[in-house]
Design a protein around this ligand. Structure first.
Ligand SMILES: [Fe+2]
Ligand SMILES: [Fe+2]
Length: 247
């Protein structure tokens, strides 16, 4: 993936995160609503600038600064959530995953020429673990946001959550073994293939849920707009492309 596409992807993801915050904040959280709206507009605007720009160099400093501020702001939300000081309909792990994703974006900005197949094995395993954990989080969010009467879809979402949690354990064990032995053999590629297959299966399920939400054919909480599964799908496709890049 070239750097422009990478930046377009990540700025759209940051814009969505701010959008989800705005939708989830209680009306009494005026300051947080204003801050989240600011970041939503910032990333929407910079996304358009990147789209129209031939030279990204001018945009980098502004983008880097905006991202640093957004990471700091997400940490403040998380701290307030953990100390029960904010009325927001997002869980701490939800915000924590948003921070992980912003950190992945920061890595792209810090090393824009870093192709995935050139990254050291340990860094790749670390990222693979984050991608898999993220998918487990997507499954959990979906199960939590759907109407309890939608049992069939909830069970499917929870089943994917469980699959990705098991894969996370496998990835952690493998990471330890690779560190202990220094080996870089086929077992890592095997895990990558397994993760890729499960992520693409789950993405099909997310596409179904998105379509059903678009047609208002599945019940859920009101803030579970089609943008939520759409956001998951875009991220998951990105994780798959990163797995494919790594040889
Ligand atoms: Fe996200
Ligand atoms: Fe995510």
């Amino acid at each position: 993936m070239d750097i422009k596409d990478e930046l377009l992807f990540w700025t759209s993801i940051m814009r969505d995160h701010a959008n989800f915050q705005v939708n989830a904040l209680a009306p009494k959280e005026q300051t947080f609503i204003e801050n989240s709206t600011y970041f939503m507009d910032f990333f929407a605007k910079i996304n358009l600038e990147i789209k129209d720009s031939d030279s990204l160099k001018m945009i980098y400093p502004k983008l880097l600064h905006g991202l640093q501020c957004f990471i700091g702001y997400k940490r403040v939300i998380l701290k307030n959530l953990l100390t029960c000081n904010i009325a927001i309909n997002l869980t701490p792990s939800n915000i924590s995953h948003q921070i992980n994703e912003a950190n992945l974006f920061m890595m792209v900005l810090s090393a824009p020429d870093h192709k995935n197949n050139q990254i050291p094995t340990m860094l790749y395993v670390e990222q693979l673990k984050l991608w898999i954990t993220d998918c487990a989080g997507h499954g959990a969010i979906m199960a939590a946001f759907l109407e309890p009467a939608e049992e069939m879809y909830i069970q499917q979402a929870l089943n994917y959550k469980m699959i990705f949690e098991k894969l996370t354990i496998k990835a952690s064990e493998l990471q330890m073994m690779l560190m202990q032995t220094g080996l870089e053999d086929g077992i890592l590629l095997q895990l990558s293939q397994e993760a890729k297959q499960q992520i693409s299966d789950f993405t099909c399920f997310c596409e179904l849920i998105m379509k059903l939400r678009e047609e208002c054919k599945v019940m859920a909480i009101g803030t579970f707009t089609p943008l939520v599964p759409n956001h998951f799908i875009r991220e998951q496709r990105h994780w798959i492309s990163k797995i494919e890049e790594y040889k």
